[in-house]
Design a protein around this ligand. Sequence first.
Ligand SMILES: CC(C)(COP(=O)(O)OP(=O)(O)OC[C@H]1O[C@@H](n2cnc3c(N)ncnc32)[C@H](O)[C@@H]1OP(=O)(O)O)[C@@H](O)C(=O)NCCC(=O)NCCS
Length: 234
Amino acid sequence: MIIRKLNEEEYSQAIDLKIYSFDEEVEGRVPNSMIKEMEIIVRLEKEDDWRAVELLTRKAFWKAERIEKIGIGCDEHYLVHTLRTSPEFVPELDFVAEVNGRLVGNVIFSKAYVLLPDGSRHDVLNFGPLSVLPEFQKQGVGSALMVHSLKVAARLGYGAVIFFGHPSYYPRFGFKEAKEFNITTFNGKNYPAFMAMELIYGDLEGITGTYHESPLYNVDPDKAKEYDELFYKE
Ligand SMILES: CC(C)(COP(=O)(O)OP(=O)(O)OC[C@H]1O[C@@H](n2cnc3c(N)ncnc32)[C@H](O)[C@@H]1OP(=O)(O)O)[C@@H](O)C(=O)NCCC(=O)NCCS
């Protein structure tokens, strides 16, 4: 994928997220119009943040009922850990959210593509996990991370985002079911949790095919469990 800044004309065609008005810089303060009394800072993740981000991801996703299914309460913290060193990782879009100096959220993006019937690939972005510490949920942190990262992604020249997520949460940012763009999962399926959004108007026009994300999303439960044991020693 070629990453470049948009020229003014292209940027004017990029989607207007119309949720908050954000600072122009990649790193900076994000005014939170939903909760006036809580200031959320969204900035790029640093290596020093890695452990805290994995811990908050673990806390955000952990569910006792998943222990029966996959052997641990969640594998998303292991996914974050592996994605950071993968060729698909996009460090310019690896954001954390801070409240009063505490890390409370993270979103991580990776490169993905739509495979067209003629065998060519149309590059897109994927994201996830998006995590917010349980005690900071429903206070605008997830929205601040999403809006800021999507806006930066558009500025960097990425044309579209496709991913799997809660179908009742993401439409507020402009996501629609991927089937509206004639894009299916790798095995030809569509369902509400499979969503897409153009960052540059028309980027998915005429793009029909199957979606392919980093193979790391197919998490090996044994490796995730082994990695998770490190968290009990802390
Ligand atoms: C989902 C999540 C990232 C949202 O972040 P957040 O900071 O709580 O969300 P915001 O404060 O920006 O937005 C709150 C809204 O999201 C909704 N929401 C929160 N979790 C949701 C979920 N799992 N499904 C659907 N909607 C959800 C709330 O009901 C609220 O809706 P409202 O504005 O209509 O009242 C966060 O709750 C989280 O980390 N959850 C656990 C991990 C997870 O499921 N991650 C996403 C995987 S797709």
